[in-house]
Ligand binder design. Sequence first.
Ligand SMILES: Nc1ncnc2c1ncn2[C@@H]1O[C@H](COP(=O)(O)OP(=O)(O)OP(=O)(O)O)[C@@H](O)[C@H]1O
Length: 484
Amino acid sequence: MKFIVKLFPEIMMKSRPVRNRFSKILQGNIRNVLTRHDEQVKVILEWDKIIVRTENESAENKANLILLLSSTPGIAHFLEVTESVYTDLHDVYEQTLAMVGDSLDGKTFCVRIKRIGKHDFSSIDAERYVGGGLNQHTDTLGVKLKGPEITINLEINNEKLFFIDKKHPGLGGFPLGTQESVLSLISGGFDSGVSSYKLIKRGSRVHYCFFNLGGGAHEIGVKQVAYQLWNRFGSSHRVKFISIPFEPVVAEILEKVENGQMGVVLKRMMMRAATLMAERLGVEALITGEALGQVSSQTLRNLSVIDKVSDMLILRPLIATDKQDIVDCARVIGTAEISETIPEYCGVISQRPTVKAVMRKIEKQEEKFDLSLIEQVVNQAPTIDIRDIAKAVHKEILEVESVSQFAENEIVLDIRSLDEAEESPLDIEGVTIEHLPFFKLSNQFETLPQDKIYLLYCARGVMSKLQALYLKESGFDNVKVYRP
Ligand SMILES: Nc1ncnc2c1ncn2[C@@H]1O[C@H](COP(=O)(O)OP(=O)(O)OP(=O)(O)O)[C@@H](O)[C@H]1O
């Protein structure tokens, strides 16, 4: 089996040394990814193309290799070819007839032949001979040089004959590793998955940084998104997944920061931590999935106040992309199914977030904040090789029961922040209500009487579900979600 891989046109336009470097990296990436699935694969670099060959002719192997090549950045398209030898032009014609004769019935066609090497016929002679023969001995509607229904592509390369069976589109972009590495802030939603993909496709090795605000269940989902991106598009390079335990930072924000400013302050704290982490990893930029105006707080003013917290380059590949286009892209790259299951968390984001952050005011809020906490959480953050996620990815995600009625021995546990709970207190007859904000749950849930069943409550039912899953995962079976 053989494929001819064509480089992306932007690579072909580069100076000779750059093009050589890019092509060699692409050759290495293809070899790295394909040989993991088929040890017999050989990857040969030629001036304007890369040849991929294997002796393993099975249909399953072919389907696998096609999938892998079509997900490798830097490829414009690739041709699936059948290889044989021939004796003379008549033999070329007979082999072509056997190969494509039946498909010509009732159709117009033309033959295109690319010839390499010394022969006693020209390419045009060969096209005429093969085309003329097919025209006489099939039920075709005849040869049509412009706009035929079928084009038969052959390559005669010295003593070898190649039939081009199919042209597959490539991913485009630059080979992975030709550009500097980046750290993507990934929340598991549609946007940060797609923005990470954009950088992988453009040739950057993308590491992932997740701020854990919502417990283990959220983290499993985010890891799945990152793993899917790496496994499908970036597995030629090793990358890291870092999970920063951000609950203490959230707790500090909820305690010390004015409600409307919380969102911007939270993002600035994330940027501070991500910058520290990026410096440790030696990467050049941070990536986020923000798009202008997609949520009310994603204004240019807010983004600019967020950016000022870090000297590091912050890239937002989706800044001018419509939501529907982002979701469509997430479907194509295979992250949408996982992102759909990851709800936006509630609780931390202010109810009336500022849309016009003022630097002075934000700095004033942050004066009350203990910034050494940022370094502490970064130091505590587990950094794992993304390949180690594979086992966790297949781990079954736990289910949690959702109820709207109460039984005896059950307590409603309001896990909203103090502000939120005070603003719209829960008023339910016949049941005990207790308050324990979500950011204290992981440390304090075990101190509650464990002979009771706790029905976790938050405004949108998202944080409560995540926290209930997290508690279940940690071994507490006495939790359910309360959805009035
Ligand atoms: N918990 C988190 N961990 C890491 N990055 C995050 C986290 N939350 C937000 N981000 C980063 O901030 C960006 C904007 O987040 P926000 O929640 O405001 O918007 P969003 O449009 O819902 O993003 P997404 O669809 O990626 O979740 C995200 O795209 C991501 O890059």
